[in-house]
Design a binder for this molecule. Structure first.
Ligand SMILES: [Zn+2]
Length: 340
């Protein structure tokens, strides 16, 4: 059999499986409140985004990551959105929908702003509607997150600094001043710069992840000394990885596999999040931890093996049929893409 025919057969089989699965899984039509002690068990969710770090944390020297998540739950093969670029993925992490829904990319997020009338609000917007007075904050290096993703009219404390070390100084100062945000988002940029410059096989890239690990440790320690981890869920993630020679956007595992690591009082100790986990699931996890129902449009879900008392949710492709077709096809394309 020619390889091309085999590819077409595999794609057709996957599509058929998806359509059958979609037919037997009933659509969720109403908002869902969870019968789980972890639902609403947290007052704070900290999302620490290390741009471009992919799933490479276990490959390099990361003493802070290792100590923080020694009793946490992790997955280093979390699937990104396609394309495996920053705009699509940070936007999916914050909105809980696929790129095919929010359509936010690197260019548009620097040009077009959104407000609370959007069909696909960020977790900031959803929590603001539920908690009008609570503090929400986003401290980033890449300003597109604050400019083009977070709604302009929901009173999020926003900060931008193009130096990761100074950004971390400002983050620690923010907590030492007594701020207690319900959601705190961070985007650190140096790993992505090293990936573009030297590739994911380089010493420079590994060193940049170790440097970012230092920032992760400083932020975590600031939370601990201010008592915020008693009711805090601490998440480290990335938007994509890098090819061995540098760059991203397509289908290799180095580009498309990324990290979710979580630590908190009800997180499974030593857990491995299930194999269907997507980076956009962080939106569902964030709302769940704070006790806020997700919106009916979200296609994010709670992974298995994350919270001790909570089963994993099925992914409901009714909410995003295009994603339901394209995701398995991309999974097959990834399998057939040369990996090195
Ligand atoms: Zn990126």
């Amino acid at each position: 059999m020619k390889k091309r025919n085999l590819v077409l057969i595999v794609i057709a089989a996957v599509l058929a499986a998806v359509l059958i699965a979609a037919a037997i899984v009933p659509p969720v039509t109403a908002k869902k409140t969870y019968a789980s002690a972890s639902f609403g068990a947290y007052k704070h969710v900290f999302i620490i985004g290390i741009d471009g770090a992919g799933g490479f944390f276990p490959n390099v020297d990361t003493p802070n990551f290792d100590r923080i998540f020694a009793n946490g739950a992790v997955n280093f093969n979390v699937r990104t959105e396609v394309p495996s670029d920053s705009g699509p993925n940070w936007a999916s992490i914050l909105t809980g929908v696929s790129y095919f829904k929010h359509l936010i990319h690197n260019g548009s997020s620097g040009e077009v702003q959104r407000d609370s009338s959007t069909k696909y609000p960020t977790v900031f917007g959803v929590v603001r509607a539920a908690m009008p007075e609570t503090e929400l904050a986003s401290f980033v290096n890449w300003n597109n997150v604050n400019y083009g993703m977070i709604e302009t009219d929901i009173n999020v404390t926003e900060h931008q600094n193009s130096d990761d070390n100074a950004l971390t100084d400002n983050i620690c100062a923010y907590f030492d001043e007594g701020n207690k945000p319900a959601i705190f988002f961070v985007q650190i940029d140096g790993v992505d710069a090293a990936g573009h410059g030297y590739g994911s096989g380089s010493k420079e890239y590994a060193d940049a992840i170790t440097t970012a690990d230092g920032y992760i440790g400083r932020i975590y320690d600031a939370l601990e000394r201010n008592g915020l981890m008693e009711d805090g869920l601490f998440i480290v993630t990335a938007d994509h990885g890098h090819k061995i020679e540098g760059g991203h956007g397509r289908f290799s595992k180095r580009e498309q596999h990324t990290t979710i690591a979580a630590a908190g009082k009800t997180v499974v100790k030593g857990g491995t999040l299930d194999a269907l986990t997507r980076d956009r699931d962080i939106a569902a996890i964030t709302l769940f931890a704070l006790g806020v129902d997700k919106t009916s449009r979200m296609s994010a879900r709670i992974p298995a093996n994350l919270f001790e008392d909570t089963a994993g949710e099925a992914r409901n492709f009714y909410k995003d049929p295009l994603d339901g077709i394209i995701s398995p096809v991309m999974w097959v394309v990834t399998l057939l893409t040369p990996q090195r």
